[in-house]
Write a protein that binds this ligand. Structure first.
Ligand SMILES: [Zn+2]
Ligand SMILES: [Zn+2]
Length: 237
């Protein structure tokens, strides 16, 4: 099925030249974004070393991480959640526009990589019911090309959702923490490597990634990194 889909995609690309998903100009470097729009995706170079929160001035840690550091060890979020990345993300996640997802995955893949790579990448799991509704796990589809490019194995079956949770977007920071508490379960029958990265599409308060990190640490993982395509500029609650 995958091969068939790839074949169709290849044929489609041969028949229809790549067009930028944002401005319809010709796509650059074999992608669905033109060079100008790809350059306009908001990068996140000046951010908290621990939680990747965009900072107005260079500082090692944000105020929140100085007071109460997250349960993960390091974060990597190469983009800020803002125009025009937010438009592509909305089309991908809520409009099921897989071409937008491919463009985002490709943009992530091209960003400078962290110095210390994990031995395993684990995407934040969706509850089976949400997966059926959406048709795909947005974190998994973003993570696959990245994992291939970094030559790090990715497993989506080792961390599971024990229960369905309400959409985080409707909740404040404390509500988000409560909402995901106890929602995840790590496979107890595998030997977890010492260094694992959990991967999500967008990090907002970090509640979901925190809960996943807590569960992985409980399963014996020594170092957990939190990876997200983009960091929303709101403070971690
Ligand atoms: Zn463009
Ligand atoms: Zn921070």
């Amino acid at each position: 099925m995958d091969a068939l889909r790839r074949g169709c995609l290849g044929l489609q690309r041969w028949l229809l030249p790549l067009r930028c998903l944002l401005c319809q100009a010709p796509g650059a470097d074999g992608t669905d974004l033109c060079a100008a729009c790809a350059a306009e995706l908001p990068r996140n170079p000046r951010c908290c070393a621990r939680c990747a929160l965009p900072l107005p001035a260079p500082a090692a840690l944000c105020g929140q991480c100085q007071r109460r550091p997250p349960p993960w060890d390091a974060a990597w979020a190469p983009f800020r959640y803002g125009w025009p990345l937010d438009r592509l993300e909305a089309r991908y996640k809520f409009g099921r526009d897989l071409a937008a997802g491919r463009a985002l995955a490709e943009a992530w893949r091209r960003e400078p990589r962290p110095l210390a790579l994990p031995s395993l990448i684990v995407p934040v799991p969706l509850h089976p019911r949400r997966l059926r509704e959406r048709g795909f796990n947005q974190a998994l589809e973003l993570g696959r090309p990245l994992a291939r490019s970094l030559a790090v194995p990715l497993r989506h079956d080792l961390l599971r959702r024990r229960r369905a949770t309400a959409a985080q977007t409707e909740l404040d920071a404390a509500g988000r923490r409560r909402n995901v508490r106890g929602a995840f379960e790590a496979d107890a029958d595998v030997r977890w490597p010492a260094h694992v990265a959990i991967l999500d599409d967008v990090m907002t308060t970090g509640a979901t990634l925190s809960e996943c990190a807590r569960v992985l640490k409980g399963a014996g993982v020594a170092r957990v990194d939190a990876w997200a395509l983009a960091r929303a500029p709101s403070p971690r609650g």
